[in-house]
Every structure is written in C-alpha cells, then in structure tokens.
Write a protein that binds this ligand. Structure first.
Ligand code: AMP
Ligand code: FE
Ligand code: FE
Ligand code: ZN
Length: 277
C-alpha cells in the first residue's frame, strides 16, 4: 500500500495541476500524506493545506530550492513558515529574478518570429514561469516534438534561447530553509552525477548548514540505488524522505508511484516531523 509522496510540483511552478487537484488525486489514491514542493516558492501551500484539511489527508508545506555546488543541486525544505516576512522576502526575490530572465528569453524568441508574449504566459501558467513552460510553447507551435526535445534544441544551457538566472549559493538556500523554521533535505542525489566521494563531500559540507535528511526514494531509482542512499542517510544520522517529483503532464511519472516502483513509508514522515517539534 502506497502511503506518502513528499516531492510534488503544482502549477505554482512547473507542474500542470493546481494544489487542490493534486490533493484530491492523492486522497482518491488513498495516500496518507503529501508534500507540495514547488520550485523556489511556496505560493501553493496555503491552498494545499486547506484542501488537505477538507479531505482528511495530511499536507506538508514545502519548497524545492535550486542551488549550486559545482553543479545544480536541489534542496527540499519541509514545514517552512511560508507566510513569514523572511521567507517571503527571499522567495519573492527569487521569483523577481526569474521573471527578469524570462522576459529576456521571451524577447529572444520574439526576435526570431515566434508567437509568444510574456503577459499571456503569466495569464496561462501563473506567476512562476520556468523553462518547461517555454518548452511547452515551442512544442505546441511545432518547433519541437516534445518538451524534452524543446529543451535539447532551444532552452538547455548553451542553446539559442537559454538565459541564465541567479542561483542561490547552497549556503543561502540552506539558511533560507533553516531560518524559515523548515527542515532541509538533499533532493534526488543521483541527479548530480557525483561519485560516492563527491556526494559525501557535498553532504558533509551542508550538514553544518543544517541538512537533516536525504531523499532516498525517487521516481526511477532502483533497489540498489535506494539501499545505497538509505545507508548514507543512516551513516550520517539523517532522516530519509521520498517522493515522485510529480509534475502533472510535464513529466511522465505518476503521483505517489513514480514509474510504478515508488513506495515511501509513512514512518519516514513521522521522523521528519519529529525534527520540527
Ligand atoms: P528553470 O528553473 O526555469 O531554469 O527550469 C529548470 C527546470 O526545468 C528544472 O527544474 C526541471 O524541472 C526542468 N527541466 C530541465 N531539463 C529538462 C528536460 N530536458 N526536459 C524537461 N524538463 C526539464
Ligand atoms: Fe521542475
Ligand atoms: Fe529537483
Ligand atoms: Zn522537483
């Protein structure tokens, strides 16, 4: 029986569904708890919590912050105080910076005759726009066969319409979560293509900055990979988390089950929650 999913994106970042719809789907599936972890903002958390209360499913407010430690590294923050002035100051700043970058990407596409307008994108996708939204528009207009193809051809780093945005250094991202009362967890550790020694170096570097957990179960991770990560977490005295990284129709994996293999025990959430109290 599938119990929880602690890594989910809504239309407050690059997922395709609203927080309410996601909570309803999770309730229908019989999940006991979910966490909403949109990129760089927590604008959907209030709505998700309300839906959770109504439907009797536990909702954890969260965020996934993009940072850099040599390569792009994502840090999940659970139970952040998402209405605090401090948290809003940082997350608003990240979104403003993202908007500046997005307007530049839009201008590059317009200059090539692509039918795109930033105002219309905001209307359609909400206030946190990312490269997946640009990729979707490029696909819809026939410039690419899929979102992935659009990334490869146009919006991946080094491609024609790629414009960088400011990425918080890892220390700042950790501080944003910790000072907002949240619990910081290293997201999808295999995405960084690090060796065992490099991954340990990263973990050891961020523990003093407040790292409390490792995302051990994740869409597509096999039993061997999961065992390796669970051992790492135990070795460093960190809690374990897991989630699908569900993005609705923007990625092929499924809520709660990833690619069919994902199972995250409720007991892991209890341990995570205990760190908050
Ligand atoms: P941004 O934060 O706007 O620069 O966009 C980065 C996001 O794009 C990542 O968090 C991923 O969710 C998504 N992404 C990156 N590469 C790809 C890809 N090849 N296909 C689909 N989505 C991608
Ligand atoms: Fe994403
Ligand atoms: Fe991520
Ligand atoms: Zn994610």
């Amino acid at each position: 029986m599938r119990e929880i999913d602690l890594h989910i994106h809504s239309n407050h970042s690059d997922g395709t569904f609203s927080p309410t719809y996601i909570v309803e789907s999770a309730a229908k599936m019989g999940l006991r708890a979910i966490a909403l972890t949109d990129h760089d903002n927590a604008g959907g958390c209030e709505e998700a919590l309300k839906a959770g209360e109504k439907l009797g499913i536990e909702v954890v407010p969260g965020i996934e912050i993009s940072t850099k430690y040599g390569v792009a590294v994502h840090i999940l923050g659970y139970y952040i105080d998402f209405n605090s002035d401090f948290f809003l100051m940082i997350s608003d700043w990240i979104v403003d910076d993202r908007n500046e970058r997005n307007k530049k990407m839009c201008a590059l596409m317009q200059a090539d005759g692509i039918d795109i307008s930033y105002e219309k994108m905001l209307e359609r996708f909400g206030d946190v726009i990312g490269r997946p939204h640009f990729a979707r528009i490029l696909m819809e207009q026939g410039y690419a066969e899929s979102i992935n193809d659009a990334f490869d051809k146009y919006v991946e780093k080094g491609r024609k319409y790629y414009v960088p945005r400011t990425i918080l250094p890892i220390e700042r991202a950790m501080r944003t979560i910790v000072r907002s009362g949240g619990i910081a967890v290293l997201a999808h550790p295999f995405q960084y293509r690090k060796t065992d020694a490099e991954l340990r170096e990263l973990i050891e570097y961020i523990i003093p900055h407040g790292l409390k957990g490792i995302e051990c179960r994740y869409s597509g991770y096999n039993a061997e990979q999961i065992a390796y990560l669970e051992n790492l977490a135990d070795e460093y005295g960190l809690v374990k988390t897991g989630g699908s990284d569900y993005h609705g129709d923007n990625k092929p994996n499924q809520l709660g089950s990833g690619f069919g293999e994902l199972e995250v025990p409720y007991e892991w959430l209890e341990k995570l929650k205990a760190l908050k109290e």
